[in-house]
Write a protein that binds this ligand. Sequence first.
Ligand code: PMT
Length: 408
Amino acid sequence: MLKGKRILLVIAGGIAAFKSQELVRLLRKRDAQVRCVLTGAGAKFVTPMALQVLTEDKVYSDLFSLTDESEMGHIQLSRDADLVVVAPATANILARMAAGLADDLATTVLLATDKPVLAAPAMNVRMWTHAATVANVETLRRRGIHFVGPNDGVMACNEYGPGRMSEPEEIVAAIESLLTTEKPLAGKSALVTSGPTREAIDPVRYISNHSSGKQGHAIAAALAQLGAEVTLVSGPVSLPDPAGVTVVRIDSADQMLAACLAAGKVDVAVCAAAVADWKMARPATAKIKKKAGAAPPALELTPNPDILATLSRRGPQRPTLVVGFAAETENLVANAIEKRSRKGCDWIVANDVSPSTGTFGGERNTVHLITAEGVQAWPTLSKDRVALQLAGAIALHLARPRPAEAAE
Ligand code: PMT
């Protein structure tokens, strides 16, 4: 997939820079051409000599080098690539990218490039969750910068949390998916549900859950990347809209169902939303007042419509393939198998959502894909990778001749 592709790898100054050498090796193994831009801080962690040997090319680091400029000006360097990868992308370089600075070769190249850019963040957990970094990442995402990771884990500073750079294999997978020109889902339509729903108790209170929408949004993005026309029906989340996807925002399960039905007949529906199973039988129209000494109000609940089951049993309007999710905390596979047949969907993606797994809201997911053919256990992957793998499986399935077509 990467044969002959030209990757410009910007290596900034963080301890994760040591992984960039392995990244270069994996890319070269796939016959990609790799050229490196090493920042001054990056050079404290990896040597230009090591990168030169691995890439079999010159390593660029100086904006004002007359030799470099006469050999390959920085504008040409920024454009003479199919993809620019920043790994590690430190808090500092992300801030400089967001601010549009061009005060060294790396940032100048990043400002001048007209090619897609993929950033693999790596930094201390507090730096990653700092409001400044959160805002910078959001700005960059809005401008179309792609991200892979970071992962959760123990860091060089011994703290635990999100901030570890993705493993080189994951970065290679993200590069492959960005440079994939094949669109096996071109001409197909997809409906994806994502995020939580909110069920009003009164005008100021609601019932909801911890879904962040990361998994559902990643699936919508992956299906769009493979060429599908995607409608994403999303509950309230704080994620940016995936590129090239039509997003319908809703609050409640009733609204989610209405939006899904309004999307019309689609080729594939993926229900990744964490829909509240119950809503208030009669939500209060005014704020329920807390009266001194009075007992807390009893909340009378009633079941919500089941969107997955409704789509699965939609007669002629039924999608060709309906994929549900099963969020379980015990007997994962057995419960998911039972849920698949009860709801009538074709596939179900089972994931353990016990708090210790960090599935709700986290960056990674460990899933089992359950189909009529059996159960596939997937390794723990980033949610983006789960999404791509699922989108790939959907593309393969939809490419198979249907029984009626096969008989013709
Ligand atoms: O959003 P993230 O933080 O990234 O987390 C991802 C996730 C854990 C939410 C996701 O991977 C996941 O498991 N989504 C399904 C959550 C859920 O509600 O599971 P469930 O087992 O309760 O429901 C089974 C299926 O029925 C799901 O496809 C669900 O969308 C669907 N459902 C449930 C109830 C309902 N009223 N209508 C539905 O369509």
